[in-house]
Each structure stands twice: as structure tokens, then as C-alpha cells.
Design a protein around this ligand. Structure first.
Ligand code: ATP
Ligand code: LTN
Length: 331
């Protein structure tokens, strides 16, 4: 059976961008793939974060995974920090990626640019190495992510070539990033030139926002001059972003959505339809989340997930150790 793997880092409140670009798609793999979905909590430490905030975000994401339809019987849901093989493989792989290629990563450039240049953590720079370990431990065939993570998965593909060639065997499976056709990059509602991002929350819709607030945010989203509704990301980035959100949540193509809105000549009317759609989806999702967040299901799921994930990950780790020449005792 093929394997799918993805994760989200618990750096803040999840946004509608995280939902459309990633979370919502994770369940699509649980019937036909062996599905591994984790919380990248070690990755959340790559930028300073308040311990209690990190802990609460982590719990929240587990509840969101379950609310989004992940079934723990079909999907292994686990914490990255619960499976020590991630850190161990990271220590090995760190020798096979180059500083030049890491310094070209857009996420590193974006995040480090905003920081005091003397206090950029090594973990932020080496972020993609740990991400390679995450993917390769499970020999994932597909990695469903939003557009911004594609570069990291491509780096991982380069590493697989390098590693397999160096040791002359097909040790690691080549992972393929799967980017949704619609909604891979949802933009900020207040500045549609910027990605909606949980750690830079301007113009974000949060999955935990009160439904009235969600409606208000959509109704006051920045739009462009004019009144016609059609998809044109260059000249109408605000309207196009809202159309993207609508298309993704309705499972429609942009052409279908263009056709649907061609007779609307008022942005207000269009925004109301988008707000209704978002609320129709997020309302029931929030109800499911509320039923889970204070139950003991979260710890049970994580305990079971850690066991299943460790079993698979340790097997790969042991193969890698042997391959590179580390001495592994017979059990
Ligand atoms: P941070 O702001 O902390 O970097 P983020 O909001 O960008 O976080 P991640 O944890 O990096 O979120 O991403 C989780 C998943 O959500 C990834 O697969 C990522 O590609 C996807 N994603 C993040 N932001 C968006 C967005 N605006 N549109 C679509 N997908 C997104
Ligand atoms: N870098 C990702 C989170 C992440 C991930 C992964 C996604 C860490 N390891 C492995 C897919 C596969 C992010 O920022 N969303």
C-alpha cells in the first residue's frame, strides 16, 4: 500500500489557509493509502514560542485533525516529539544537505529577514533537514501540502537521489508533493499580496473565530476597484482570493465559479455568498472540535499513534544506520 504523510506545526491558531491548503485534504488519503499525519512540534521551536501556547496549539491541532474527519483507525496521528527516530535521522541527514541549498529556501529567507540577524537559530536554518527526516522515515510516496512547502519537498527529493546514489541502493522512497489545484495559497484578506499565515496574523480567518467575526472579516475583505466578479489575480487579487476560497470549499473549478458569478455586479452580494459558504463549512467543523477538545480522546489517539509511528520509523532508522556504517547490534 502506498503511503501518505503530512504535518502542521503548532505555531499559532490555524487559519482558513491551513484548512483549505492542507488540513481539509488529509482525510482524502486515509482509505487508499497508509496515512500518517503528525504535529510538527519540534519544528514549532524553530522560532521563539511561549511553552503554554505551544502546548495548547498542539492539543488544538489534534482536535482539528479529528474534526476534519481523520479517523484514528485509518490514520496514524502522532506527535513528532513522541517518535525519537525523527531527531535521530535528523542527526544523520544533516550531513547530506548543503548549507548553500538550505540558504536558498524561501521560508528561511522570509522568516530570517524579519529577525535580528545575530539571533537566527540554527534550527530555523536546518528546518528542512528535519522535514526530510519526517518524510523519509515513513517512506512516504505522497506529501499533501500547500504551495509554500513544495520547495522543501523538492529538496527532500534531491536528498533521496543523493543518498540512494551514494549508497547504491533504493533505500528511501521518492516523495511527491501533492499541491491542491485550488486553494494552495490563500492570501490575507487585508493584503492579498501576502499569504494568509498563522504566525503573521493580519487579515487571517482563524478556524476558532466566532462565526459572526468570520462573516465580518469576509464582508470587510480588501477588494479592488470595480464591481464585476471574475477571476483575475493580477488586477483583482482581493476578489480572486475570495473566489479561490469559494471554489475550494465548493469543490468547483475557477471556470465554474466565474460562470456562477458572472451576473453579479456588486461586491457586497458576492461577499455574502462567500461568507455563507465558509460558515456552512466551518460551523459544523467547530462543533466537532468543541466535542473533542476537552475529551480524553486526544491523549488516547496520541498514545496509540506514537506506538504505530515508532514501529515504522524505527525500522527505517535501523536500515539507515546499517547503510551508513553505524554498528547495529543483532536483537
Ligand atoms: P507559519 O506562519 O507558522 O509559518 P503557516 O500558517 O504558514 O505557519 P504551516 O504550519 O507552515 O502554516 O503550514 C501547514 C500547512 O498549511 C502546510 O501544508 C502549508 O503549505 C499550508 N498552508 C499554510 N498557509 C497556507 C495558505 N495561506 N494557503 C494554503 N495553504 C497554506
Ligand atoms: N514544514 C511544514 C510542516 C511539516 C511537514 C513535514 C509537512 C514538517 N514536516 C513533513 C509535510 C511533511 C509546514 O510548515 N507546514
Amino acid at each position: 500500500m502506498k503511503r501518505s504523510l503530512s504535518g502542521i506545526k503548532p505555531t499559532g491558531n490555524l487559519t482558513l489557509g491551513n484548512y483549505i491548503g492542507a488540513l481539509r485534504n488529509f482525510k482524502n488519503y486515509q482509505d487508499e493509502y497508509e496515512n500518517f499525519i503528525f504535529i510538527a512540534d519540534l519544528h514549532a521551536l524553530t522560532l521563539p514560542i511561549e511553552p503554554s501556547f505551544l502546548r495548547n496549539n498542539t492539543k488544538d491541532i489534534v482536535a482539528f485533525y479529528l474534526a476534519a474527519g481523520l479517523d484514528p483507525e485509518k490514520t496514524t496521528i502522532f506527535l513528532q516529539s513522541d517518535v525519537s527516530a525523527h531527531s535521530e535521522l535528523n542527526s544523520i541527514l544533516i550531513n547530506y544537505l548543503y548549507m548553500g541549498e538550505l540558504s536558498r529556501m524561501t521560508q528561511f529567507k522570509d522568516k530570517s529577514q524579519k529577525m535580528n540577524q545575530n539571533a537566527i537559530g540554527l534550527g530555523l536554518f536546518a528546518y528542512p533537514v528535519l522535514m526530510c527526516a519526517d518524510i523519509l522515515l515513513y517512506n512516504a510516496d505522497v506529501v499533501p501540502v500547500g504551495e509554500d512547502q513544495k520547495q522543501h519537498v523538492e529538496l527532500c527529493r534531491d536528498l533521496v537521489h543523493r543518498f540512494n546514489n551514494r549508497y547504491n541502493k533504493e533505500l528511501f522512497t521518492m516523495p511527491t508533493p501533492v499541491i491542491p489545484k485550488i486553494g494552495a495559497r490563500i492570501m490575507s484578506l487585508s493584503d492579498p499580496s501576502k499569504k494568509m499565515s498563522k504566525s503573521d496574523p493580519k487579515g487571517d480567518i482563524f478556524l476558532k473565530d466566532d462565526l459572526n467575526i468570520i462573516r465580518k472579516k469576509i464582508m470587510s475583505a480588501v477588494t479592488d476597484t470595480g464591481s464585476d466578479v471574475y477571476y483575475d489575480p493580477i488586477n483583482k487579487p482581493g476578489i480572486s482570493n475570495l473566489m479561490m476560497i469559494y471554489a475550494a470549499l465548493s469543490d468547483k473549478t475557477i471556470e465554474e465559479v466565474n460562470e456562477q458569478f458572472k451576473d453579479i455586479h456588486q461586491y457586497g452580494t458576492f461577499k455574502k455568498i462567500v461568507a455563507d459558504k465558509v460558515i456552512e463549512e466551518i460551523g459544523p467543523f467547530q462543533e466537532r472540535y468543541k466535542a473533542i477538545i476537552n475529551s480524553d480522546l486526544i491523549d488516547k489517539v496520541l498514545e496509540e499513534g506514537a506506538k504505530k509511528a515508532s514501529y515504522v520509523a524505527n525500522k527505517t532508522l535501523s536500515k539507515v544506520k546499517k547503510t551508513v556504517g553505524l554498528y547495529v547490534r543483532k536483537k
